[in-house]
Design a protein. Sequence first.
Length: 153
Amino acid sequence: MPVTDTIFGLPTHALVVHAAVILLPLAALGGIIMGFSQRFSIRFGPVVVAVAAVGTVSAFVSRITGEEFAERVGNPEEHAEAGELLPFIAVGFFVVLLLLWLLDRRGRRDLLTQIVGVVVIIAALVLTGWTIRTGHSGAEAAWKSIIENTQPG
């Protein structure tokens, strides 16, 4: 049994995925604002970049713990496939976000910085969409059959 399989008797994966599900879209929102506003980027860029970094690490931890959890309960194909890719999308977003912040710190928005800003906005939208897809397919794998076979109240 892997060390990271459970925490206090609960599946580690079910606990750590919440960090990725919250932090990645939050960083994406910050990245979108940074793409439009150099002032915001200079002032809050370090915080947004830090949130993106922690979210990216949590995506990798979620992937590892998800693989371990799948050994115990089975492999939900759609969720597993989406979860395999999410950390790498997060890394791509993190890299362009960091680049935008570093460029904005120079104090001017030249053509290169504007292009990177547009790339950050696109990457943020892709990251958010993929995070939602991954999370939804995981929640569906965990809860759909239970919901279908129970009545409210």
